[in-house]
Design a protein around this ligand. Structure first.
Ligand SMILES: [Zn+2]
Length: 164
């Protein structure tokens, strides 16, 4: 069994603790579907802090280069992720649900004695990914566009010409 980075949420935040490490991309099951290759690592750092309202929080930083698939040419697309998030700890899910929804408010997570940092890092990576990644200025043409016969309108044009 590989090492599981686990922290006691409230204790970690109160102590102002720090943990840094590296996790292989292959260790994130939910991320796999989005990747062309799971080679490489994620660097992460988590710090115990308080938010501006004095609540125990975790400041999480993740850094990785992910191999996504360009949705235009379907070739691999290296994508740099460098994210920082403030996760305000909650004692329970009920405490989070009781708060009014506000896009301005920081993310909440339920604290536990054995919080799995791997899951927090994976959430952050998934949130950082673009919905439809593409190379900047990708020059690939959509499949088949260089062959007139494969255009969906080719047959239609033929029919219209026949009418005249
Ligand atoms: Zn492309």
């Amino acid at each position: 069994m590989s090492h599981q980075p686990v922290i006691d949420g409230f204790e970690f935040a109160t102590a102002g603790a720090t943990q840094e490490g590296t996790l292989p991309l292959s260790s994130f099951p939910r991320l796999q579907d989005l990747l062309v290759s799971d080679a490489g690592d994620v660097r992460y750092a988590v710090h115990g802090v308080r938010d501006e309202r004095g609540r125990s929080s975790l400041e999480l930083r993740v850094r990785a280069t992910l191999q996504l698939r360009c949705q235009r040419c379907l070739a691999p697309l290296p994508y740099e992720v460098s994210e920082q998030a403030l996760l305000v700890l909650a004692g329970s899910q009920a405490e989070i649900d009781a708060e009014p929804l506000d896009v301005e408010s920081p993310d909440r997570v339920v604290a536990a004695k054995d919080m799995d940092l791997r899951a927090l890092v994976e959430d952050e990576l998934i949130l950082a990914l673009p919905y439809a990644p593409r190379h900047d200025g990708c020059e690939a043409r959509p499949e088949g566009s260089d062959r007139g016969a494969s255009s969906p309108f080719a047959g239609l044009r033929g029919m219209m010409q026949r009418k005249h």
